[in-house]
Design a protein around this ligand. Structure first.
Ligand code: CTP
Length: 373
């Protein structure tokens, strides 16, 4: 039985980055032997086990073949005679298909080291085609390593285009797609993720509304600003979606099964952006804004109100920033309420809730009226 460190840990170590998760491959063992050593099996689809102490993942060397579409229908073959090279062959990118033995020796049958030095994201073999999720993973690695100079090599981009043309991306389940999008939103260069998806045609399948210019460029610019401001996931997602028309964008966010906080903030950003773009900053229409704020239920949620303002700051052109001022002031006013002070004045329970709401409303009105006077 031999154990090797594989995948992301080897890649990151060679790049001089901090290694977060360590995955191991075990060659020459059976599930029975692993269980006898105190490992516990993770799920039942793959021969993957958890170390009894470190809780790190140890997978038996395996080969995989794909029979169905999307992320379904893998047939897994695992036996003590599966070699390390065979296991590495089933992996997505050459930089993820290297292994290090316990005595430090590197196994690199697909020139991962060469690609690492040349800053190339390259598929290991044609088996890449069997898993369309790898298109999103590749875009995500491009987003992560873009600042280090990495890009998707032309052969892999061509293969991804073929996969998209064959309709593979449409078979992905929304949960998997969302998982990748959510991770990508927090990579070093989130915009690169969407750029790569657009270049290979996958964006036209996943979020077609985002693809056309100049909308795409505006969405990326909003996301870039949200990223620079260390925004949260809902704020980043809403910034990206802020350029879409409300009904279509809302439908798409739902189809992606984005979490409710992401969907809600995106919907607000899509609804408010065109209205703010029309505002006269010297004479904002306080009545319309108040109605809109009430309709969007932002009275009760000052944090969401502040989030919305942040998203709109990212989404609006520099020339329109002035128009956002009344809303910014209203959001500031709404968030500055101290429930303790109201409690000292004798409010409690339901009454306290109503007092907070009334005070917030009064402050918002005051802020908006001041802006328009
Ligand atoms: N892998 C793959 N195809 C997939 C998922 C995973 O080939 N669809 C392989 C890759 O070799 C990858 C390894 O499994 O390196 C571990 O997967 P994962 O933990 O998802 O990726 P990491 O490379 O470790 O990246 P991260 O730093 O994001 O954890």
């Amino acid at each position: 039985m031999q154990t090797y460190l594989v995948g992301g840990a080897v890649r990151d170590e060679l790049l001089g980055l901090t290694v977060k998760d360590r995955d191991w491959v075990v060659v020459g063992a059976t599930p029975k032997q692993m269980l006898a050593l105190g490992f516990t099996q993770v799920g039942s689809d793959f021969p993957v086990f958890l170390h009894p102490k470190t809780r790190e993942e140890y997978a038996l060397a395996r080969t995989e073949r794909k029979q169905g579409h999307g992320y379904h229908g893998f047939s897994v073959y695992s036996a003590p005679d599966v070699t390390l090279e065979e296991d590495l062959l089933r992996r997505d990118l050459t930089i993820n298909a290297m292994a290090r033995s316990e005595d430090g020796e590197l196994t690199d049958p697909f020139n991962g080291m060469r690609d690492l030095e040349a800053r190339q994201l390259r598929h290991v073999s044609d088996a890449f085609k069997e898993d369309p999720l790898r298109i999103l993973r590749t875009a995500r690695f491009a987003a992560r390593f873009q600042p280090l100079g990495f890009s998707v090599c032309s052969e892999t981009m061509a293969l991804m285009r073929d996969m998209v043309a064959a309709g593979e991306v449409g078979h992905l389940v929304p949960e998997r797609v969302w998982q990748e999008i959510q991770r990508a939103l927090h990579e070093q260069s989130p915009t690169t993720f969407f750029q790569v998806l657009r270049d290979c045609g996958a964006l036209d399948v996943l979020i077609p509304e985002l693809s056309p210019e100049p909308r795409f460029r505006a969405a990326l610019s909003a996301l870039r600003l949200a990223h620079a401001g260390k925004a949260t996931t809902p704020e980043r997602f809403a910034a990206l979606f802020s350029t879409l028309d409300e009904p279509c964008g809302t439908k798409r966010a739902k189809a992606l099964k984005a979490p409710n906080d992401c969907q809600n903030l995106a919907r607000l950003a899509m609804a408010f952006k065109p209205i703010i773009q029309q505002l006269d900053p010297t004479q904002p229409d306080a009545k319309t804004l108040l109605e809109l704020l009430e309709k969007a239920d932002l009275w009760r949620r000052p944090e969401r109100f502040s989030q919305l303002v942040l998203v709109l700051e990212c989404a609006l052109e520099a020339t329109d920033q002035q128009r956002l001022k009344p809303l910014e002031k209203a959001a500031d006013a709404a968030s500055g309420i101290d429930p303790q002070a109201l409690m000292k004045r004798g409010f409690a329970g339901k009454e306290l809730g109503e007092a907070i709401r009334a005070e917030r409303l009064a402050r918002i009105k005051q802020a908006l009226c001041r802006s328009s006077s």
